[in-house]
Write a protein that binds this ligand. Structure first.
Ligand code: FES
Length: 432
């Protein structure tokens, strides 16, 4: 019997009305190779891929459950789909079969698995998906017609709140906006912060901002703005006060990723400057006023990470021979899709000796620039609107303790700021 199409020339789906059962044409067979192709079926997002050249097509849900990044950027490695962010690997059924940070004996939790459609089939040069069990055993014959695949749907938003660059809590924090050296006496700079343009003046040695801010200060070689009374603690940087340290500011970088996602990446001990496929030993996170810190061993080096809300991060590495490398990262949330990254590298010779040789400094700067460029390129593939604050929206493993602490710190900041805003509002009404 001839198939009856919903539309005469552009069949999209053979499905039961009002349900997602049925067969959906999603891509031409010839276009599906060992690079994942994002597709949509019944409003759900999948990737289709061949896990070996010429193998049958595999279809899996389109987001990595770890950090919700699109698997369209994944690669095929040894017959598995590998997420580029932390190397989690998935087999043809969607089972997560390896999480490198857990080590060779680690067992991925069941929640790490990807979902798969009920069936995938190739027919008449097209890949068809049946997202759910369907009474029609096979996709229909095309009979020379060209189907119209449905558009790839937008990713589902996390269930809980997401901390983006315009979160109201950020009004209650200090933000770096410019190098202090840029702002000469009698001059001004225009900067973006929290979706607004600010003009910062230096007049008679005094800084002020237009529109008016609660505070404008100079600290750590940068100009900072607090739009409203800040709730957070400043980050102390001991090396910055040590006249023997060599300090170099990298050129500020800009990313389309929200600052919360970048802070998460900079705190990520499973990949910062190290091979993706290494185990991450257990470590502790110590709460501190306004943030937290952690001390861990990495590749035989002692590394201290310190964080202050919302986006102040310090990494101190003790190198061979007693030299110390400190990397300070300060993030400026400019707009929803724009974050400026200020990075200062501080180098101290063995035993705190002054005068790190110029060639060593140049090599360190080049290495930090390359690491930053690599991280920003990776973040460009993560399309989140902000950092999910509800822990069960993502999947956290042992290596993610710092990421969990970051989410809690930003959730606390948001709650504190909301209380402060409510109190200020009540006070305003009472005095009106
Ligand atoms: S492995 Fe996919 S985001 Fe971490």
């Amino acid at each position: 019997m001839a198939t009856s199409w919903p539309r005469s020339s552009a069949p999209r789906v053979l499905a039961e009305a009002g349900s997602s059962t049925g067969w959906y044409p999603v891509a031409r067979s010839a276009e599906v190779r060992t690079t994942p192709v994002p597709v949509g079926a019944a409003g759900r997002a999948y990737v289709v891929v061949r896990l070996r050249p010429g193998a049958e097509v595999t279809a899996l849900s389109a987001r990595c459950p770890h950090r919700l990044v699109p698997l369209a950027t994944a690669t095929v490695v040894d017959g598995r789909l590998e997420c580029p962010h932390h190397g989690w690997q998935f087999n043809a059924e969607g089972r997560c079969v390896e999480i490198p940070s857990l080590g060779p004996d680690g067992t991925p939790p069941p929640r790490a698995d990807l979902s798969a459609p009920w069936a995938v089939e190739e027919r008449d040069g097209w890949v068809w998906l049946a997202p759910e069990r369907t009474p029609v055993a096979r996709p229909p014959r095309l009979g020379g017609r060209t189907p119209a695949p449905e558009p790839v749907p937008a990713p589902p938003a996390p269930d809980g709140p997401v901390f983006g660059n315009l979160d109201p809590a950020l009004e209650h924090a200090w933000h770096p906006v410019a190098s202090a050296g840029e702002l000469v006496e009698g001059g001004y700079v225009q900067v973006r912060l929290l979706g607004r343009t600010w003009t910062v003046h230096r007049r008679d040695g005094v800084l002020d901002a237009d529109p008016p801010a609660w505070g404008v200060v100079e600290r750590l070689g940068l100009v900072w703005i607090a739009p409203a009374e800040p709730r957070e603690e400043p980050l102390e940087v001991p090396a910055a006060g040590d006249g023997r340290a060599t300090a170099v500011w990298l050129a500020p970088a800009r990313s389309t990723a929200p600052a919360g996602l970048l802070a998460d990446a900079f705190l990520d001990v499973s990949r910062t400057g190290r091979p993706l496929r290494q185990e991450v030993p257990a470590y502790e996170v110590t709460p501190e006023p306004g943030g937290f810190s952690s001390v861990l061993e990495q590749d035989g080096r002692r590394v201290t990470l310190r964080y202050r809300a919302p986006f102040q991060l310090l990494r101190v590495e003790e190198l061979a021979g007693g030299a110390v490398r400190t990397v300070l990262r300060l993030l400026q949330p400019e707009d929803p899709d724009s974050t400026r990254v200020h990075t200062c590298l501080l180098l101290q010779g063995a035993g705190g000796a002054a005068g790190v040789p110029a060639d060593v400094v140049a090599a360190e700067v080049a290495s930090q620039e390359a690491l930053l460029a690599e991280e920003l390129a990776r973040q460009a593939t993560a399309d989140g609107a902000g950092l999910p604050l509800q822990l069960r929206d993502e999947l956290h493993v042992r290596a993610d303790r710092l990421g969990v602490a970051l989410r809690r710190a930003l959730a606390d900041l948001a709650a504190d700021a909301a209380v402060a805003d409510r109190a200020a509002d009540l006070e305003r009404r009472a005095s009106a």
